[in-house]
Design a protein around this ligand. Sequence first.
Ligand code: SAM
Ligand code: CA
Length: 221
Amino acid sequence: MSNKSIVVTDPIYDYILSASLREPEVLKLLREETARHTHSNMQIAPEQGQFMALLVELIGAKKILEVGVFTGYSSTSLALALPSDGHITACDISEEFTAVARRYWAQAGVSDKIDLRLGPALDTLDSLIAEGRSGSFDLAFIDADKANYDGYYERALDLLRVGGLLLVDNVLWNGKVVEDSAFDDADTAAIRALNEKIHADPRVTISLLPVADGLTLALKR
Ligand code: SAM
Ligand code: CA
């Protein structure tokens, strides 16, 4: 026993999956297809998808914002957890990646729930704010290019309702966030800076969870 989070070795990880993963067949197929993709490591982990789906149920989310779709594992997980009148506004810049997502949204029967906005996500989020959508989303998931994380955080916070939940992915960045001098690339610096900002941000109640590559939960006050 320890009062620290456990180090998840490969056997422990396998155990977590075998003891708790309830992955719908469509998500399994999507994960297998994505595993053959050059950028397969961009997909969230399956147990993270299941956790975020639980959060959707827990807070009774109906309106979700996603920044970073890729082949659609997270959006499909979230969409399957939404009620029939639930909706996701999904942002990505890649027609090619999201073509795969569209196929799986159709297969999962959730296409009608997802509004895909192709283009730079900062512009899309600014458009949503200009459309009067501030304060209207229940949950937001940020998982696109790390250099823009601060911009996504600020805009997503604006778009969330009070009591809405912001999820920020890759906040541990494979451990690089702790190695000050060894990793001084722009992405690592952006994640570190946002982590520090969120830590001190009185606008949110927070928890940084060592789930997959690190997931921060920030509840808008
Ligand atoms: N959430 C996804 C999943 O579960 O599979 C993974 C998202 S992947 C880490 C990041 C995505 O952000 C890529 O699909 C990429 O095309 C997209 N992206 C990168 N820069 C972007 C930008 N400026 N605006 C919108 N999307 C962008
Ligand atoms: Ca990610």
